[in-house]
Design a protein around this ligand. Structure first.
Ligand SMILES: Nc1cc(-c2ccc3ccn(Cc4ccc(CN5CCCC5)cc4)c3c2)n[nH]1
Length: 244
């Protein structure tokens, strides 16, 4: 997969040189290219913003640099443009799984009050464009959202996670634990600050362990994510949880 990121803060993406994504890039499994939007400005001040038509607070990103940047970066290849924005469609695990199947993704990181709306409209003449929100809170720009999405997407690519990590059992996934958040996890030592590891996990009884983990996931989901519990079939809820 090739990912292009266009931003006025390219250094924001230094974390993509680290850890699993950094290793996947070094091994050639993943091709991530970060571009400075100001490379496509031609004035002395490398201007990327201007005042909003119709008035209002702040500044809006000019369309010309974006148009030239996207023309050059995409260069007619089949690519999908992802534009983080507070007003976008919610980004969910299903979107990460869908986008992990794409050959090329381009992330356009806005700043100020956003990018002139004609940029997305013009790009949509040549490629699929998705405006995406990573949550109902307001950031200062699209860079953090892009880091989040790139991580969620690329960790699903074969070979990116080492064999000590697994994307399969992640919560929000399938495999009998769909729609559940993950329960508690433990490792050595078996006793730590007067807290012992739940004995069932030491029992070697894999059926009992699976049942215990599912019960814990159900409880945690009911406690932390009542919105997901509603989406769960009635028989999935343990009797005790119904009485909780
Ligand atoms: N999930 C999520 C994504 C973002 C996000 C993504 C890209 C950009 C680019 C600029 N901003 C700052 C920004 C933009 C628009 C408003 C809303 N204003 C109301 C009136 C005019 C505009 C506030 C603040 C971003 C924010 N935030 N949260």
């Amino acid at each position: 997969m090739r990912i292009d990121i266009i931003s006025i803060f390219p250094d924001y993406f230094a974390p993509l040189d680290l850890s699993l994504i950094g290793r996947a890039r070094a091994s050639g499994l993943l091709d991530v290219r970060v571009h400075d939007l100001r490379s496509w400005t031609h004035d002395r001040h490398n201007t990327v913003d201007d005042t909003p038509y119709g008035g209002g607070p702040g500044m809006v990103m000019k369309p010309e640099p974006w148009g030239e940047a996207l023309d050059e970066v995409v260069a007619g290849a089949p690519a999908r443009l992802i534009l983080p924005t507070p007003s976008g469609r919610p980004f969910r695990q299903a979107d990460a799984e869908r986008l992990a199947g794409e050959e090329r993704l381009v992330f356009g990181c806005g700043r100020y009050e956003g990018i002139d709306s004609r940029v997305a409209a013009d790009a949509a003449l040549r490629m699929p464009v998705e405006e995406v929100s990573i949550g109902d809170y307001v950031l200062n720009g699209g860079e953090s959202a892009t880091l989040v999405m790139v991580e969620a997407i690329t960790r699903l690519l074969p070979g990116v996670l080492g064999n000590t990590e697994s994307a399969v059992q992640d919560s929000f996934a399938s495999g009998g634990m769909e729609n559940l958040v993950e329960g508690p996890v433990y490792t050595k030592p078996v006793m730590w600050r007067d807290q012992e590891v739940p004995p069932v996990l030491l029992s070697g009884n894999h059926g009992a362990v699976d049942r215990w983990r599912r019960d814990q996931a159900l409880r945690k989901t009911a406690r932390n994510r009542p919105d997901l519990v509603g989406a769960m079939p009635e028989e999935a809820l343990d009797r005790r949880d119904r009485e909780v």
